[in-house]
Design a protein around this ligand. Structure first.
Ligand code: 6PG
Length: 247
């Protein structure tokens, strides 16, 4: 069952997700000497990323043992306005003492298939063939996509590879994305969702019986998926969704 935490707005939501990341990072570093996190792009994460780079949180994470990956990337160079890497660099990575060797960028400037192969090799090297991220930080689109796993796209059915090039017809563009296999290979997954425009998709994902291929976030079912959402995004959920608590 999905665990759901509902917050009164974007700010308290970002604070709560930042606290969760601090505790997951501390535990992973204590137990295994490193913390591997795959970031998402889009407009939801920046308030969180900026918060992690500020005083109280900045000091509570042992950044030299943090390893940063991406769940997906647009097929653009790293300095392009649409680049998920660029957004994370500007809001977080340039502001924390993270060694540059701990940043594993999807190379969106390459041919899509080459970028996917390149990143798969990066992951297989880092995880020594047994992929298990400590944390995937994911969002959802209004159409129920997550990472760049869009409804009706071929990546949804990938059963072997961890990273694929995925043509997204509705956007008329290629994306590089981790497959459901890789996104489910995580000790923890946090879905961070805010805004009224996500309410319908969230209701379908958490309470609907629709086809996961039409709402791909349903394909991500790791043992500990935590939905951290604001009240607007939660507005269409049944009054007390099972496994939920309001903060
Ligand atoms: C991306 C993200 C994507 C994002 C959703 C939600 O590359 O855009 O990885 O999966 O999480 O599209 O985006 P917003 O946060 O902008 O609503």
């Amino acid at each position: 069952m999905a665990e759901i935490e509902i917050y009164p707005g974007v700010e308290p939501l970002a604070q709560a997700v930042a606290e969760k990341i601090v505790s997951l990072a501390s535990a992973a570093i204590m137990m295994r000497g490193k913390f591997s996190i795959a970031l998402s792009g889009g407009k939801t994460p920046p308030p969180l990323y900026r918060l992690l780079a500020t005083g109280p949180f900045l000091k509570r994470i042992d950044w030299k043992h943090v390893h940063v990956f991406w769940s997906d990337e647009r097929c653009v160079p790293p300095d392009h306005p649409d680049s998920n890497y660029r957004m994370a660099r500007e809001t977080l990575l340039d502001r924390v003492p993270l060694p540059s060797g701990n940043i594993y960028r999807m190379r969106g400037e390459l041919k899509p298939s080459a970028a996917a192969t390149d990143y798969e090799q990066t992951l297989r090297l880092f995880f020594d063939q047994q992929i298990t991220f400590d944390l995937h930080l994911l969002g959802i689109g209004t159409d129920g996509h997550t990472a760049s796993l869009y409804p009706g796209t071929t990546a949804l059915k990938e059963e072997k590879r961890w990273v694929v090039a995925n043509y997204v017809e509705k956007l008329n563009t290629w994306r590089i994305t981790m497959s459901p296999l890789a996104l489910n290979a995580a000790a923890s997954v946090i879905f961070m969702v805010s805004g009224q425009n996500k309410a319908e998709a969230l209701r379908e994902i958490l309470e609907g019986s629709g086809n996961p291929l039409q709402f791909p976030a349903k394909l991500i079912q790791p043992q500990t998926a935590l939905w951290m959402i604001d009240e607007q995004a939660a507005s269409l959920l049944s009054s007390q969704p099972p496994g939920s608590r309001r903060s």
